[in-house]
Design a protein around this ligand. Structure first.
Ligand code: ADP
Ligand code: ASP
Ligand code: MG
Length: 832
């Protein structure tokens, strides 16, 4: 249809409409001027621009409030009127320092309004007509502001007071355009104009007898499409403060996405059910002439926005639901009684009576038993509706054929809209399933006969939760993870840097959406509703934040509206792991490089494993042994595929690996230890490494993974800290260590090396000890701080399975944690 039309008649006009936020101050008017000027020079198409503007942000509200104050004889209206005048004058002066003759006109308008308000003050009444007259002035001023500004820039522009051409028949809550008269007037007006830019007042119109009126609240979108039709425009562009029509109100659902394309019907339904971005009346003039409507962002004019138009028949690939919306402030009326069964015309009587008194019914649902009818109406009309229905069914109520007319106040309607719903079975199931999972109580259900809409009435208190739950069920990948990091230290911080580099690619190429929504240390925390901008996380973290509150942190990460949540404990704390079972039971997944959790009592370990199993949550800790090396996963694969692990032997400490790979007797042992410390390879107190406890912990983790119920105290440890140096201070220890160099050297033998090795024997015994290996042995050929683990199993019997590589350091450890995160995402991706 669009093509036909554009072939038969050149469509010279583009109609723009700028909403209140787009013209909130002088800066914004500048932006608007820039946009319309750049649009006219686009594509070499000789288009003319009609620019429909709203009043400056909040001005319509303020004007209406003036009338209310004056009627109440509240004198503050005078001061408010003055503020309003000043706002316009200062905006004008900021745009055009010389002001021009528009200043005079502004003053004249304000004097007129002051007189009208004075009359309202005196008479304590203000007719509907007067309110309409005053309310429309925001647009009258806004259009002149823009036009004068364009002229000051040398742009060939003029302005049109829409009241001169647009004629409407006022109704209760909407108006009907008199197209014939309006078209004739518009044609006459435009025939005389040659300007490239015509600025038009939104919102205002005249009644058939020439009285100023409006198109009702938020009516400027409607003005935009009315002028689109009157001018036979090629397109209508509604400029606003969001990137387009989103899959839900972004203020309620932060993860709403921009819809590239919608049909007129989809847009109408969304608008009708409360998506404020377009006014419901906007569509009809555009539909009649097949004019596409674009919704675009004034603040990001390079984005394409959303296109509303005639779309091709629903494609299979299309998401079945495009958008969700809620309307709050609803009441649900339930008419119930056996006397309604099989009686024809009951519904007609109810809705007929309600129409008579001007109650607008937003949604109707009737049980197929015809035992009850319920319908949703604006709360403000609830009492009137109840009275009306009771009156209409007075006799039935009296005779008990109708038992009750119940009103539940404080309800909301939640609607899902999409043309392609009809081709996708199971949409309703998923919709209601998501509500069920979120624990939302559904009060009534209706599905539009076009199958383009499913709506449910829910309690007002549940409204946002319900919206987020259904939105997430249809829009978010199962691999969307709310991530909370505890401990942004060396490993945690490196992880954030790595995530920062990869997050975008993961989202784009693999649909894995990792959102770090919180960081917590022992002192403070930083939370973000959507996702912390990781590029600048260090600055964000050092500049901002609030005192740490672990409970609040966990509740924030476990957001209802995101499919999954995971906590990464990158601390070495012994306290944090105590919370793991509780967090898992709350539904969080857990990833940790912290060795403490898996080496607490075996009862705790079992409780942890069991809560994860029962709750279907994942608990991943690959980096607790050998940093990023695939040691735990290798062992787990062996066990799960039915292999029998006979023995594990390995060098599991990067620090001790380095010390013994370096120590060959040419230098003193103490010297090598000091060097390792100087290079940052050891803990601040090197005895934490030399004591063998760290290796023992790793052995316990591996043994438990094999199914052995061992405790840390079961490990036989040969400590490398001489007995006499165990209780002295660090400095004293370092000072005295050389005294033991000779003893260490005596352990060396020719052709052999010393290695500090952890073992799990065939008998299930765990030990950590210093052993000698021939220089041909795999353990002798390590370098740097490499780790090595040899698994001897039934399958790998004569030749053990060996995993070897860098087993320490923040980079590889963080990469290992990252690996766990991706593993978690892939489990979640396949599980649903
Ligand atoms: P304008 O002043 O430009 O007319 P409105 O405030 O009337 O702007 O409408 C734009 C607002 O609509 C957005 O800021 C957004 O908060 C809200 N909104 C509600 N639902 C949606 C949706 N589905 N898509 C986009 N925006 C929406
Ligand atoms: N200024 C009017 C209002 O606030 C019309 C509009 O902006 O759409 O209702
Ligand atoms: Mg609007």
């Amino acid at each position: 249809m669009e093509n036909l039309r554009s072939n038969s008649k050149p469509n010279l006009w583009t109609v723009h409409k700028f909403g209140g936020t787009s013209v909130a101050n002088s800066e914004r008017y500048r932006k608007v001027a820039q946009i319309v000027r750049s649009q006219s020079s686009l594509s070499g198409n000789p288009t003319r621009q009609a620019v429909v503007v709203s009043a400056m942000s909040k001005v319509t509200d303020a004007l209406i409030e003036l009338t209310e104050l004056a009627v109440k004889q509240d004198d503050s209206y005078l001061a408010k009127l003055k503020t309003l005048l000043e706002k316009h004058v200062s905006t004008l002066v900021e745009l055009i320092p010389a002001g021009g003759d528009f200043v005079e006109r502004l003053h004249a308008d304000f004097r007129m309004i002051e007189e009208v308000l004075r009359a309202a003050w005196l008479t304590r009444t203000c007719s509907e007509r007067t309110v309409e007259l005053i309310a429309g002035h925001g647009e009258i001023w806004s259009a002149q502001l823009l036009c004068n500004y364009l002229n000051s820039l040398g742009v060939n522009a003029t302005w049109l007071d829409a009241r001169e051409v647009l004629v409407v028949n006022p109704g209760e809550s909407s108006v009907a355009v008199d197209w014939e008269v309006s078209q004739a007037k518009a044609d006459a007006w435009f025939a005389k104009r040659t300007e490239d830019f015509i600025v038009i007042t939104g919102f205002v119109a005249s009644s058939p007898d020439g009285i100023p009126t409006t198109l009702k609240r938020n009516g400027s979108d409607f003005s935009g499409s009315i002028f689109g039709k009157l001018l036979q425009a090629r397109e209508i562009i509604i400029w606003t403060d969001v990137d387009g029509v989103l899959s839900a109100d972004p203020r309620l659902v932060p993860e709403a996405v921009v819809l590239d394309e919608l049909s007129y019907q989809e847009a109408s339904e969304l608008a009708y059910f409360g998506a404020k971005v377009v006014h419901p009346a906007t569509m009809s003039p555009a539909i009649e002439d097949g004019i596409p409507i674009w919704i675009r962002n004034t603040f990001k004019p390079t984005l394409p926005g959303s296109r509303i138009g005639n779309t091709s028949p629903a494609k299979k690939t299309q998401t079945p639901i495009k958008g969700f919306a809620t309307i709050d402030g609803m009441a649900l009326v339930n008419v119930e009684g056996t006397g309604m069964i099989g009686v024809p015309g009951v519904a007609q009587r109810i809705f007929g009576a309600l129409r008579e008194v001007g109650v607008s019914v937003v949604m109707i649902s009737q049980a197929s038993s015809e035992h009850s009818i319920c319908f949703a109406i604006p709360s403000a009309q609830a009492a009137l509706a109840k009275k009306t229905v009771e009156h209409a069914f007075f006799a039935e109520l009296h005779h008990g054929q109708i038992q009750t007319v119940d009103v539940s106040a404080d309800c909301s309607i939640l609607a899902a809209v999409g043309d392609a719903m009809v081709d996708h079975p199971g949409v309703a199931g998923k919709f209601f399933g998501a509500l069920g999972k979120a624990g939302v109580n559904i009060r009534a259900i209706a599905q539009g006969s076009s199958e383009r809409n499913i709506s449910a009435v829910v309690d007002r208190v549940d409204s946002q939760r319900a919206l987020r739950a259904v939105h997430s069920a249809f829009y978010l990948s199962h691999q969307t993870l709310s991530v909370g990091l505890i401990g942004p230290g060396l490993i945690g911080g490196t992880l954030l840097d790595q995530l920062s580099e990869q997050a975008e690619k993961l989202r784009r190429d693999f649909k894995i959406d990792l959102r770090v929504r919180g960081i917590l240390s022992s002192k403070k925390m930083f939370l973000n509703e959507q996702s912390i901008e990781l590029k600048d996380w260090k600055k964000t973290w050092s500049d901002g934040g609030e005192p740490a509150d672990l409970d609040r942190f966990i509740s924030h990460i476990k957001a209802d509206h995101l499919p999954h949540a995971v906590i990464i404990d990158a601390t070495s704390s012994g306290e944090i792991p105590k919370f793991y079972p509780k967090w898992i039971r709350r539904g969080l997944h857990l990833i940790t490089p912290n060795k403490k959790a898996n080496t607490m009592s075996i009862e705790f370990y079992r409780e942890l494993a069991q809560s994860a199993r029962e709750r279907g949550r994942h608990y991943l800790y690959e980096t607790t042994v050998g940093a990023g090396l695939p040691i735990i996963n290798t062992l787990r694969d062996l066990v799960q595929t039915g292999d029998r692990v006979e023995k594990i032997e390995g060098i599991l400490s990067g620090t001790l690996s380095y010390i013994f790979n370096t120590y060959d007797g040419t230098r003193a042992f103490s010297e090598v230890v000091l060097e390792a410390k100087a290079r940052g390879y050891t803990e601040p107190d090197p005895r934490d490494d030399l004591s063998g406890r760290d290796v023992a912990r790793k052995l316990v983790i591996l043994a438990r993974e094999m199914g052995l119920g061992v405790e840390l105290s079961d490990v036989q440890i040969e400590s490398l800290v001489p007995e006499s140096l165990r209780d002295v201070g660090v400095d004293e220890f370092l000072k005295q260590l050389p005294q033991h160099d000779t003893a260490m050297k005596s352990l060396l033998a020719k052709g052999e090396v010393l290695r500090y090795v952890g073992k799990i024997s065939e008998a299930g015994k765990l030990s950590v000890s210093l052993s000698r290996y021939p220089s041909s042995h795999a353990f002798a050929r390590l370098s740097g701080s490499d780790n090595i683990v040899a698994f001897t199993t039934a399958r790998y019997h004569s030749q053990p399975l060996i995993v070897q590589g860098p087993g320490a350091g923040p980079q590889v450890t963080a990469a290992g944690v990252f690996g766990d995160l991706l593993r978690l995402a892939s489990y979640l991706g396949t599980s649903s």
